[in-house]
Design a protein around this ligand. Sequence first.
Ligand code: ATP
Length: 440
Amino acid sequence: MTNAETKLKWEFGMNAEIISIGAELTSGQNVDTNSQWLSQRLAEIGIAVRFHATVGDDLKDIVAALRTAQARADLVIVTGGLGPTQDDLTREALAAAAGVELVLHEESLAAIRQMFAARKRPMPERNVAQAWLPHGAEAIPNHLGTAPGIWLESSSIPQAEEPNPRAVLLIALPGVPSEMHAMFREWVRPRLIERLGGAPFVIIERKLNCFGAGESMMEEKLLDLTKRGHEPQVGITVRDAIIALRIRARAASETEARRLIAPVEDTIRQRLGHYVFGVDREELHEVVARLLMEKKQTVAVAESLTGGLVTHLLTLVPGVSASLLGGIVAYANSAKENLLGVPRDLLESHGAVSAPVAEAMAVGVRQRFGADWAVSTTGIAGPTGATATKPVGLVYIGIAGRTGVRSYEVNWFGERHEIQTRSAWSALNALRLHIEGRPA
Ligand code: ATP
């Protein structure tokens, strides 16, 4: 295959795989941050990473991982295992996977000797091993360490079970993050861009943050967009009941990628309406604080099961003191009665975890602080405290405003802290919808 053909293939959907090598990674002792870093850097130039693999220091295993990668990827970047010791096997494995011999690379040997000379240290014989590279490989200079990296075009992989008909580019970089980063930035990245035809693609991601419905319900409304092969890609992830819809576009420029994303974002917003609360890194408490500050309105908080979390989240936002008047954590019935004015008969007849008590807490705290808005939380965080009619995870949120008071029942699954966190989000979300004038 000629270079021009390879280039064409690369322009139209190239796949990358990253292989991290080291027993300290497979044992769980160290975390593989190299793959994360490389995936982000590759995305910046439009290269999508489809696989991450982690392998211990075993020649057979590394060769097997390389062959698997060669069969399914156009670009394979390996990190780690380029040191001088016996368990550094990347060079040997690369040569085996590409079906070539290791040969001594004089220039690299001179660079390693120079590295030791500059530090006025004798060079151990073992370090010579670092200058043996697979036949046909180019050495990637390493100015921060002794191990040169490897750039190896492997067009024929005789041993592969399912040979990839395309040429595969194999790159090996040291495991030490600082060395790897510098070599990638200075040497590898420009060459990859050249390989991509000079004008790199970019992958841009726009995240729409949603709250208030389950993942499956959201996806049902977006099935045509989330299906495989849709461009731009739309993916769904969930964290603490907050659903993120990621719209990912690949294009020749950021402007072009954003132009592709815009209509998809519009469609999602039309279909999901008030469930979308923010974009990218925006969080619910930030949105609520911003709305309050923009409208010059104030809020007070009364919390039972969230123990101050709603108030705390609001205090994370700089400048919120103009809008957040304060919060009361009223955990015991007596506190709800004495500090918030919840009538005792209400607590006795409905129980502390009930809609009327949530409403009375909100009304009480709003009055006491003289706020425009009030939000309250009461519920059963578990694992104990459930009754026949009130299960763990049952939560009531109260919202009081100038025109009256409303309450909402929510039911969460999860551990105690998860129920607390999700309830805090529920409270903030209910408040957001009221401030926006579209209560759920
Ligand atoms: P050198 O020859 O420069 O020592 P190397 O290629 O031999 O590099 P390793 O010996 O595999 O690298 O790893 C050196 C150190 O780099 C590890 O102890 C670890 O701290 C770090 N490292 C290795 N791989 C990773 C990884 N995937 N993510 C984060 N750190 C890593």
